[in-house]
Ligand binder design. Structure first.
Ligand code: FAD
Ligand code: EPU
Length: 337
């Protein structure tokens, strides 16, 4: 396997940050993992990279970037109601979504147009518009970089939560996912819990939306408020939406009529980080080449020459404002390296 040296990572991350990696190996065949790992010195730092759409590089990386490019989408089993689809971890996520739409397999159409790879989807249990990966997850396979062995994980072992999994915690950077298997429905299964999706269906007067119409609606909503990383560097939401106590929620609601919150099973309320950031006056604000996006305050953008450190500094100032004004500590969603 070819290992490149002193390589710029600018085209490998959607923020467009120009840092260098000492080594970069592109892994397109799972059978080459053992060869790659055994060629590395034990203390070589490793970072597993998919599409780089949830990663902020803040400095040169003095180790090896393992860029996962394992391809392949295959139906491995089915019954009357469900189909099991195994995808290589390096497959582009939206390519997999398009495959399922073409075949009328329901379950990930609401996750249309999320950038990145299939292998990264379980890491933060990607979610959007009323759906989360965990709802269709069946199992995954990967390589334990500490024990040097292949292992499978079924749903119960993954500890999925809101933008969380075991792979973002205990197994962070220690387990290289090589394939993911999803269980999708062969029967119509509309997910219309997200109000703007419902509103759009009503506006278009569609009585029985098809799977491709749902996907199109989601893509249109996304395009209307999220920047296209091919045109403007970003990594989607920079922070998670915070969950606050009922007491704190009610006291904020008393002060701010327009605050929206969603109660969870522990009686806490998930509120919008974008709203908090906007209320602190950051929406659309720019310092040098870093800004909070004018249509979605939670998305930080790179107008061209921002460094990872510039973006991090900007984000820390946002965090400080939100803490001072609301006594809420925002938690980063993205992976900072
Ligand atoms: P990377 O940034 O390459 O990696 C992310 C993390 O996963 C890193 O910790 C990395 O080490 C790890 N990783 C990657 N591949 C593997 C692997 N094979 N094995 C083990 N670890 C691995 N996310 C959402 O959840 N919902 C959204 O609606 C959403 N919208 C977005 C919109 C935009 C415009 C952008 C730019 C991003 C958005 N995101 C969203 C965030 C991002 O697209 C997802 O988190 C995506 O899953 C990241 O995929 P990636 O391959 O680019 O990950
Ligand atoms: N809002 C504001 N100002 C803003 C942005 C949002 O007031 O600048 C308020 C509005 O009330 C709006 C509400 O927040 O109605 C929700 O906004 P939006 O629908 O854009 O969703 P979000 O909560 O900001 C989350 C995810 C997104 C996902 C969307 C759709 C997180 C951290 N982000 O954003 O995921 O696409 O919902 O489901 O949970 C990502 O993770 O990278 C990402 C983009």
């Amino acid at each position: 396997m070819q290992i490149q040296k002193n390589i710029s990572l600018k085209k490998y991350n959607t923020f467009g940050i120009d840092v260098k990696a000492k080594y970069l190996a592109e892994l397109s065949d799972e059978s080459k993992i053992t060869e790659l790992i055994s060629s590395l010195k034990e203390n070589t730092d490793r970072y597993i990279l998919g599409g780089g759409s949830n990663t902020l590089f803040t400095k040169d990386f003095d180790g090896i970037i393992i860029k996962n490019s394992i391809q392949g989408i295959k139906n491995i089993d089915e019954d009357e109601n469900f189909v099991f689809i195994k995808s290589g971890a390096g497959v582009n996520w939206h390519k997999l979504v398009k495959y399922t739409i073409k075949n009328n397999y329901w379950g990930i159409e609401n996750l249309s147009l999320i950038p990145g790879t299939v292998g990264a989807a379980p890491i933060q249990n990607i979610g959007a518009y009323g759906q989360e990966l965990k709802k269709v997850f069946y199992k995954l396979k990967g390589f334990d970089l500490q024990k040097n062995e292949f292992k499978s994980f079924i749903f119960d072992k993954c500890k999925f939560g809101y933008r969380e999994s075991i792979f973002k915690k205990e197994h962070k950077n220690k387990f290289l996912i090589t394939s993911v298997t999803l269980k999708l429905s062969k029967k119509e299964n509309l997910i219309l819990t997200y109000q703007p999706v419902k509103d759009e269906i009503d506006r278009l007067k569609i009585s029985k939306p098809s799977i491709s119409q749902i996907s199109e609606i989601i893509c249109n909503i996304r395009r209307s408020k999220l920047p296209d990383p091919n045109k403007l560097g970003n990594a989607g939401s920079f922070f998670k939406n915070p969950e606050i106590s009922e007491q704190q929620y009610l006291s904020l609601k008393n002060e701010f009529d327009d605050l929206k919150g969603f109660k969870n099973e522990f009686n806490n309320y998930k509120i919008s980080a974008g709203w908090l950031i906007e209320k602190c006056g950051w929406k659309g604000k720019r310092t040098g080449d870093v800004a909070s996006f004018e249509k979605q305050a939670l998305v930080l953008v790179n107008y061209g020459n921002a460094t990872g450190k510039d973006i991090l500094y900007f984000a820390q100032n946002i965090k400080k404002s939100v803490k001072e004004k609301f006594d809420i500590t925002l938690e980063e969603e993205i992976n900072i390296i």
